[in-house]
Design a protein around this ligand. Structure first.
Ligand SMILES: [Zn+2]
Length: 142
């Protein structure tokens, strides 16, 4: 019997279609973040790719951490989304709107005393803008 490979019809998600953000689960977000970090999307971001020093709140021992490494290894949690009020300064009339902010929580354990700390360097929404934004070098569109 012959096996014929039938092309599978996949429904491609429309890029311009704005799907509701809140339908994604935390695990999906985490997966997305890991994949994107591995692809090097965040390598140019100074906040994520440079070394930060964190001082233990318990024993004052200082350690360095690179947030990008934590994102790559998946050693982080996606926090609960919070609504915050943001001022939109781009509008002629000063207006404020509610914006959803989902913190990314990196658990940081002191190597000296094993004290566990939470670091929230960025939000999911912030990373999303990095993913969505075209490369600053531009000239991508011919
Ligand atoms: Zn410590």
């Amino acid at each position: 019997m012959l096996e014929t490979s039938i092309p599978v019809t996949t429904t491609m998600p429309n890029q311009s279609n704005s799907e509701p953000e809140n339908e994604r689960s935390s695990s999906q977000l985490k997966e997305l973040r890991m994949v994107t970090a591995r692809k090097g999307t965040f390598n140019q971001n100074p906040l994520l790719s440079t070394t930060h020093t964190i001082t233990c709140q318990h024993c004052q021992h200082s350690q360095s951490i690179v947030y990008l490494n934590s994102l790559k290894s998946g050693a982080f949690e996606v926090g609960k989304a919070e609504e915050i009020e943001v001022l939109d300064s781009s509008m002629p009339i000063e207006s404020s709107e509610m914006e959803k902010v989902t913190p990314i929580i990196i658990n940081f354990v002191c190597k000296k005393c094993s004290y566990c700390m939470e670091v929230r360097p960025v939000s999911v929404e912030y990373l999303q803008t990095l993913i969505d934004r075209p490369k600053p070098s531009g000239a991508m569109y011919v």
